[in-house]
Write a protein that binds this ligand. Structure first.
Ligand code: ADP
Ligand code: MG
Length: 605
């Protein structure tokens, strides 16, 4: 009888399977373990994570590490992935100054137009003009209200006010007229004086209508069609908010600069094919999918996409310690997305949602030196360590222990950086591939489309359902179920969207509603996983026909997802393919496929 340990070092996770094997080759699986991968996959730093995963498995048994006869580690595929995103439209910087933000409590309502004037200069005001008064921090609401009332008495026409402190409502309640008042303007000193400005505040519960419409801005400022085109980013950044200010500055005060989006260059068969990034992800992917074997992908110099691709290659070169010229991108997954971009000329750090393309890239590196890891691990543990078997083959072997599967069997191993697929035929033949794009890309898209700027919240939104805290005694879950509590919830949860992470509630401190979060989350998963599953399976299916694959087992960390397996099933069932989350050895769920396969391969076939 022997005790064998299988060890799978992934980009994100290291997994272990421990089994006894008797002299007839019969397995008795004993335990499994898991730990975060330490260091870049394929480097000696991995040994720490391997030890942790081994200990995690052994802790659940009465076996000691010295009882293990042999450790088998995977021959890791020499591919690593990275993700990036860039705007696809040209970057246009406008000549207007604008403020669009959502102070929780603006004052008054309506649209007010006039010339900007500092409230301390009201004595110089002209009775024949309309004014927008600027109230800096130094003046408190009582003095400000008094000055406004005095000016009104002197027949000065005040149409709107802009306030630095959070005092719009206080001022609104003290003045003898109803005007829109926007407050919490951080950079109030940057507002140009003696310029024509528009201030809009929507009714409570509504959003602004005039300044979020390019033609609305054009009407107010008397713009021609060329100028109207340039205010589109301004109008876009003001959609869906309650208050905004737009000020026309003289031409030339804010510089205009155009950076083209650029072309993606795909090298294959001694020729280079080009595709405009402007034409969107679909056009890019149809070219990528048409090319059988990509040699390398680059971006046109001095363009947005050029910058993005070289930054991916740079990161990879640094990680692998290779020359950037040796870094070749073998596959990409492009997805249409949008992300918040800072508006130049903005005064309260305004952003607008710009169309963008997100790209996951797969880079082939030199063969990963797993033998070095093996000898280091062997020295550390005093156990025989073998590098055994190709990852995809091992994953398929392990996946085959899922009840209800039969040959030919395909697997989709959906991890963090890549989606790997393999098919195992009755005759033992295996075909496998690695494609760019998996769990990390979904997290990146959720992070940017919701404007979170917080990767770990985005990761939790991806993994767990959400709910709205409607009172301190009940929450409404995303499936409309109501859950009641005996004890009141903490006050900080009230009115918030929360992530239901195991037994915890994580509040999302961001102005996004429940429906938006769910739709971004689902569509990010659809765009990445559904597309990649089809792409992967088409390439490995016999005669490239999906109908030749009877069943697909989903393994890897992303197969744990609470909605991805259903999404993939509903796509694949169109081709009469049965697919579902794997259940390795009937107990592990989608985890541990490679580690299990490594143990099984100890007895040959
Ligand atoms: P690798 O094989 O590359 O080490 P894994 O198979 O461990 O990668 O998968 C890592 C990915 O799985 C990450 O993107 C992570 O967000 C995702 N993941 C892990 N657990 C879950 C979960 N419960 N739901 C959705 N995704 C998950
Ligand atoms: Mg893996």
């Amino acid at each position: 009888m022997k005790v064998i340990a299988g060890v799978d070092v992934g980009n994100s996770t290291t997994e272990v399977c421990i089994s006894k094997i008797d002299n007839n080759g019969k397995f008795q699986f004993i335990s499994s373990g898991i730990s975060k991968t330490t260091g870049i996959k394929g480097t000696e730093d991995n040994v720490k994570g391997i030890s942790a995963a081994l200990n995690n498995a052994l802790d659940k048994t009465n076996i000691r590490i010295s009882d293990i006869d042999s450790i088998r580690i995977n021959e890791a595929a020499p591919v690593i992935g990275d993700t990036a995103m860039e705007t696809i439209t040209e970057t246009i910087i406008t000549e207007s100054t604008m403020i669009g933000h959502n102070p929780s409590t603006p004052g008054g309502e309506g649209l007010g137009l006039g010339i900007t004037i500092n409230i301390n200069d009201m004595n110089k005001a002209d009775m024949n003009k309309d004014y927008v008064v600027i109230i800096p921090q130094s003046l408190d609401y009582e003095d400000a209200s008094e000055k406004i009332n005095l000016a009104l008495k002197n027949k000065i026409k005040i149409k709107a006010a802009i306030v630095q402190k959070d005092e719009a409502v206080l001022i609104c309640n003290r003045i003898n007229t109803v005007i829109p008042i926007v407050d919490e303007i951080k950079y109030i000193e940057k507002i140009p004086l003696d310029k024509f400005a528009a201030v809009e505040v929507a009714k409570s519960g509504h959003t602004i209508k005039v300044l979020s419409n390019p033609y609305g801005i054009a009407t107010i400022f008397n713009l021609n069609s060329e100028e109207t085109k340039r205010v589109i980013p301004i109008a876009k950044s003001l959609i869906g908010i309650r208050s905004a200010i737009v000020i026309k500055t003289p031409e030339g005060e804010v510089q205009e600069k155009v950076i083209p989006s650029g072309k993606l260059l795909i090298k294959a068969n001694n020729s280079t094919e080009k595709v405009d990034v402007d034409s969107g992800a679909e056009a890019i992917m149809s070219l990528v999918n048409r090319i059988e074997e990509i040699e390398d992908i680059s971006g046109e110099a001095a363009t947005n996409v050029g910058g993005m691709i070289s930054s991916v290659k740079n990161t990879m070169a640094e990680l692998t310690n290779e020359n950037i010229l040796d870094i070749k991108i073998k596959d990409i997954l492009a997805i249409d997305t949008f992300f918040p971009k800072k508006v130049v000329g903005g005064l309260a750090e305004e952003t607008f949602m710009e169309n963008a393309v997100a790209v996951a890239a797969m880079v082939k590196t030199k063969k990963l030196p797993m033998d070095r890891i093996a000898s280091k691990l062997s020295a550390l543990t005093n156990i025989d360590v073998q590098v055994a078997g190709v990852e995809a083959v091992m994953a398929t072997l392990g996946a085959f222990t899922t009840p209800g599967t039969k040959l030919p069997l395909a697997i989709l191993d959906i991890g963090g950086g890549s989606t790997d697929a393999a098919v195992l035929h009755e005759d033992g033949l295996i075909k496998s591939i690695h494609l760019a794009g998996a769990g990390e890309m979904v997290t990146m898209i959720i992070n940017s489309e919701l404007g979170l700027s917080d990767r770990s919240i985005a990761e939790d939104i991806k993994k767990y359902p959400i709910a709205k805290v409607e009172s301190l005694f009940h929450i409404k879950m995303e499936n409309d179920e109501i859950k009641f509590f005996q004890e009141p919830l903490e006050a900080r949860f009230f009115g918030r969207i929360v992530i239901l992470k195991n037994n915890e509630m994580l509040p999302i401190y961001k102005d996004v509603n429940l429906e938006k979060i769910i739709s971004v989350r689902k569509s990010a998963k659809e765009r990445v996983f559904v597309q990649n599953s089809l792409r992967a399976l088409k390439q490995i299916a016999p005669m490239n026909n999906l109908r030749n694959i009877p069943n697909v087992v989903l393994v890897g960390g992303s197969a744990l997802d609470f909605e991805i397996p259903e999404m993939i099933l509903s796509q694949l069932s169109k081709y009469k393919i049965v697919s579902g989350r794997g259940n390795i050895r009937s107990v592990e769920g989608p985890r541990n496929a490679v580690a299990t396969g490594l143990v099984m391969s100890y007895v040959g076939n």
